[in-house]
Design a protein around this ligand. Structure first.
Ligand code: PMP
Length: 442
């Protein structure tokens, strides 16, 4: 039964009703089966209907469904924060939110307050990157560089200085090494801080690995370490957004661990609750926390569902399963396997320009011409056609379109669950190949 009253995002289409899930599969009311190769938007890292997570959620609801953080904390929140801090060298404190966008909002406010608490009151700007996504609330949207998401709301958005994102496939010069390009991309941050005046800059905000807007783009060379040094030199905080790439998706709890960098503030979401409950988090160093604790003594921020006990219980159960089943190791192995399958199938494909990613966050970029890297005409909306064709075949993939000066192509993002089997990976790549055969102009 469909209703006439639900405000669906795409008003011209009624999505099928999903009735249940099992592992990597989702089922709809017509009995059709879908291979969920992207976990929605890189959310379902333990697949669907995991009995242990469902049981932990049910137990928490029955025991303590809600407390307001103005009155109480909960065992689930305390234990999850301990678990996360133990897994995140250098990040000692955790603030729980209900989503990724809320985590970004809290992170931006915390960064500003950190400077205020220290009497550094002239810092008012956050530098962000073009072709980035940090959420859809107005503050987070202002901080992101997704052109089409921003366009209708520009008058409502605060002005945020932007630098180019670090995107080797698109922006390295021919013959430029990853190291040289990474250095050049990081230099853009230094230049922008100097241009604005270092005393005016609160923080630099970036995704450790770019997700939705560019498709699993890792930092080139020593980029992250260099931007860390630049921030330190200017007293600017480094905020890494790991809402999509964190929580184990790259094979380490935090993606920044792969690059030996500790930010001052970091955001999580999506895989933290694996979709069993909405939960996000802001993690920060003791230094950031202590500035607030020894200053005014309160973060001037708060929302009704902060540190929701059921969200925290889900997050805790997710971490228990990941540890017990050694799933971070599986993410590394399965990530290699997926990369090999994509290479074997598409490395010589005339319209696949790049195959990239880390762990189980992988993408392919579609191009009209491999030699020139020219993208397809955006009017073709090939990424959307790929999503629709794959959906018809029973495969869920996460599409993204070019947004930078026409220089970036359509991409398809894959983010299967951490316990994905080799056979399921083969099925995903087989179905994806059929979709490309069907949508690409031959
Ligand atoms: N940051 C990043 C990197 C994201 O990918 C997203 C969601 N796609 C967000 C923030 C916002 O998270 P949410 O949709 O949970 O508000």
């Amino acid at each position: 039964m469909t209703s006439a009253h639900v405000f669906h995002r795409f008003t011209s289409a009624r999505p099928p009703i999903a009735t249940h899930g099992e592992g990597i599969y989702l089922f709809d009311a017509e009995g059709r089966r879908y291979v969920d190769a992207c976990g929605g938007a890189a959310v379902s890292c333990l697949g669907h209907a995991h009995p242990e997570i469902a049981a932990a959620v049910a137990e928490q609801v029955a025991k303590l469904e809600y407390v307001h953080t103005g009155f109480f904390t909960s065992e689930a929140a305390e234990e999850l924060a301990d678990t996360m801090a133990e897994m995140s060298p250098g990040l000692e404190r955790v603030w729980f939110t209900g989503s990724g966008s809320e985590a970004i909002e809290a992170a931006l406010k915390l960064a500003r307050q950190y400077h205020l608490e220290r009497g550094d009151i002239g810092r008012s700007r956050v530098i962000t990157r073009r072709q980035s996504y940090h959420g859809n609330t107005l503050g987070a949207l202002a901080a992101g560089g997704s052109v089409w998401r921003r366009a209708p709301y520009e008058p409502l958005l605060i002005e945020v200085p932007e630098i180019d994102t670090c995107f080797e496939y698109r922006f390295a010069e021919p013959g430029e090494t990853a190291e040289a390009y990474g250095r050049r991309a990081a230099q853009a941050l230094d230049d922008e801080i100097v241009r604005l005046g270092p005393d005016t800059v609160i923080a630099f905000l970036a995704e450790t690995i770019v997700g939705a807007t560019a498709g699993a783009v890792p930092p080139a060379g020593d980029y992250l370490r260099q931007v860390r040094e630049t921030c330190d030199r200017h007293g600017v905080l480094l905020i890494l957004d790991e809402v999509m790439c964190g929580s184990g998706r790259t094979g380490t709890f935090l993606a920044c661990e792969q690059y030996g960098v500790v930010p001052d503030i970091l955001t999580l979401g999506k895989g933290l609750g694996a979709g069993y409950q909405p939960i996000g988090a802001v993690m920060c160093t003791s230094e950031v926390y202590d500035a607030v604790a020894s200053g005014s003594g309160a973060l001037k921020h708060g929302q009704t569902y902060n540190a929701h006990p059921v969200g925290c219980a889900a997050g805790l159960a997710v971490q228990r399963v990941i540890r017990r089943d050694r799933l971070l190791k599986r993410v590394c192995e399965a990530g290699e396997q997926l990369s090999n399958l994509l290479e074997a199938r598409f490395a010589n494909h005339p319209n696949v320009g790049d195959i990239r990613g880390v762990g189980l966050l992988r993408a392919i970029e579609l191009v009209k011409d491999r030699a020139t890297k020219a993208p397809f005409d955006p009017a073709l909306a090939l990424h959307q056609r790929a999503k629709e064709d794959a959906f018809e075949r029973g495969l869920l993939i996460y599409p993204g379109g070019g947004t930078i000066d026409g220089r970036s192509g359509d991409h398809i993002l894959l983010a299967p669950p951490y316990h994905v089997t080799d056979g399921e990976l083969e099925l995903i790549v087989d179905l994806l190949a059929k979709t490309l055969d069907s949508i690409l102009p031959s």
